[in-house]
Design a protein around this ligand. Structure first.
Ligand SMILES: [Zn+2]
Ligand SMILES: [Zn+2]
Length: 559
């Protein structure tokens, strides 16, 4: 660590030069976790502490404490696992997180009996002044219940400096946590954005299709008399999969046992304690049936006892276990065959070799596959967030170096922002220009979200859609009509006029852009090779982006 000392001492001086600096102790390029020291004027703020050990924070200290305060983004170990050690080493160092995070944090030290209540809860969306001129505010970040993006504001007589740290973030809604509400942060214009880049520029299928793929694979395995073993972290993915299995049409009502083992079961208990903080749709679900432990409603969700591990796979079932568990305990020679499903790890090949999956390679009749059920935003989500925030500096952390390099080489980013991908121990100076003229953000496609829970389907549209002047006439009557058009579901608003005309033939206004007024309509079918609907039967009120208006003269080419 002696290499770092010049940087450290310089950082601790904090005089002259720029008002903002970031010294990363850990950037999570591999498995080292995130820990970032940020200086804003005289204030030193430590963001997350996911290091394996805190020796870096203890060595060469010129002041009694390594920071003035600590803010933790969320309860995952790569952001939080050394907070307890930090508290023991520096009991006077104040540590803060969202309320839900403070309640999930103890799961990081499940082997310790008495964990002091060392982390203080901060409310969401309310600025808190910690020291004169230093304010912090938390915003929900998606990804995991309690996960927060942290906005720091440092105010001098001359101007204010702002820094937003995303922690881990996810724009999409998951089953148990709503996505980062982009509209709350749009146009924020922080001077500095520190953002995670886990998935680099990768583009993911829509969350719904990721879920369906996983559900379908599990379904096939059970049908082929396999048991399915899903090793997951304590918090997040395991509970998401449970919720998915409980509400997916492939599984609802099926005579099937889903067993939950180890700390994942403890994680479920922790979620149950936090029910009032979970999305309204989940609270509604929980009013009709238990969220997790349920012996009555099929598929049954049950807590696995240690002595059941060796026998549970004698008939096909699903087991959700700790990712650190010895999987051979479940895959016994006298059980049925097993399918082990491992989550894909962005930027790292997942080793599906049985010898490394289980130390005892006695796993006969066992196969290993991977699946994607992302908990972080993909490349388009990352760039979407950046363009919506419009910072001067973007600091990428949390991702493999190659994935982060993919992001910094994107023209749409390096043309507009100062980009940084620091290694651990490298000081990043963040000079802030008084006048920052930024080119406009590129046009983006806005995607909506589909949520299906029980019999209710909710479609969430981004506010860019609803802010459009066309939304007014679309939503005029509050009624929509939905119908299938080939493989696509078409939604259209019903106008007052149509409601009045409901008893007569369906009314197609001549100035409506739809198949009924499109020059490529041939009889009841689409005749435009450029359209996704080409050759399909279309209804007059259908629409696709290849629409072209029928000329004013009646065209004679409809033969
Ligand atoms: Zn996380
Ligand atoms: Zn993380």
């Amino acid at each position: 660590m002696s290499d770092n000392l010049p940087t450290f001492s310089r950082f601790n001086v904090g005089e002259g030069g720029s008002e903002l600096e970031c010294l990363p102790y850990g950037v999570h390029h591999g498995d080292e976790g995130v820990c970032l020291l940020v200086r804003m004027g005289p204030h030193r703020i430590l963001l997350d502490c996911g290091l394996a050990d805190i020796s870096q924070l203890q060595s060469g200290l010129k002041q009694p404490l390594p920071a003035d305060l600590v803010l933790c983004s969320h309860a995952h170990p790569d952001h939080a696992k050394s907070l307890l050690a930090l508290h023991h080493a520096f009991p006077l160092l104040p540590i803060y997180a969202s309320e839900v995070t403070t309640r999930l944090l103890p799961l990081n030290w499940s082997d310790i009996e008495q964990i002091p209540q060392f982390c203080q809860a901060l409310p969401l969306r309310s600025p808190v002044e910690f020291q004169s001129g230093l304010v912090a505010e938390l915003f929900p970040a998606g990804h995991l219940p309690g996960a927060a993006a942290i906005l720091l504001t440092y105010t001098t007589a001359r101007r204010s400096y702002t820094l937003l740290y995303t922690g881990d973030f996810f724009l999409s809604n998951s089953r148990l946590v709503e996505g980062l509400p982009l509209e709350e942060l749009r146009g924020l214009g922080p001077d500095v954005l520190i953002i995670e880049g886990s998935y680099g520029t990768a583009r993911h299928p829509h969350r719904r299709s990721q879920e369906n793929q996983l559900a379908e694979r599990i379904n096939q395995a059970i049908a082929a008399s396999y048991s399915v073993l899903l090793p997951t972290p304590t918090l997040g993915l395991g509970q998401e999969i449970l919720m998915l299995l409980r509400s997916h049409h492939n599984f609802t009502g099926r005579d099937l046992d889903i067993w939950v083992d180890g700390t994942v079961a403890t994680g479920c208990d922790a979620y149950l304690e936090l029910l009032s903080h979970l999305p309204a749709s989940v609270q509604n679900f929980a009013r009709h049936q238990p969220l997790f432990w349920d012996e009555r409603v099929r598929p049954r969700v049950r807590r696995l006892q240690m002595e059941q591990r060796r026998t549970v796979g004698k008939s096909p079932c699903i087991v959700i276990a700790d990712k650190t568990a010895d999987l051979s305990e479940y895959c016994q020679p006298d059980t049925g065959p097993w399918l082990i499903l491992l989550p894909e790890k962005p930027g790292h090949a997942v080793d599906t070799d049985l010898h490394t999956v289980s130390p005892l390679s006695s796993l006969r009749r066992t196969s290993v596959e991977t699946y994607l059920l992302a908990q972080h935003s993909d490349g388009p989500g990352i760039t979407q967030l950046i363009h919506n925030l419009r910072p001067q500096h973007v600091v990428f952390v949390h991702g493999s170096p190659t994935y982060l390099a993919d992001l910094t080489s994107l023209e749409e980013l390096h043309n507009r922002y100062h980009l940084h991908t620091p290694a651990a121990g490298t000081l990043v100076e963040l000079p802030i220009g008084d006048i920052f003229l930024q080119p406009a953000a590129p046009e983006t496609n806005y995607e909506g979200e589909l949520n299906e829970l029980g019999t209710v389907v909710t479609i969430t549209l981004p506010d860019a859609i609803t802010a459009d002047p066309r939304w007014r006439s679309f939503a005029d009557t509050g009624l929509v009509e939905a119908h299938w058009q080939g493989e696509e579901l078409v939604l259209r608003g019903l106008s007052q006029r149509e409601l009045l005309n409901q008893n007569s033939d369906r009314f197609i206004s001549a100035d409506l852009n739809c198949c009924g007024t499109c020059r490529f309509r041939r009889g009841q079918r689409c005749g435009n090779p450029a359209s996704p609907l080409f050759g399909f039967k279309v209804t007059p009120e259908g629409y696709c982006p290849a629409f072209e208006r029928l000329s004013e003269e009646p065209s004679g080419d409809s033969a």
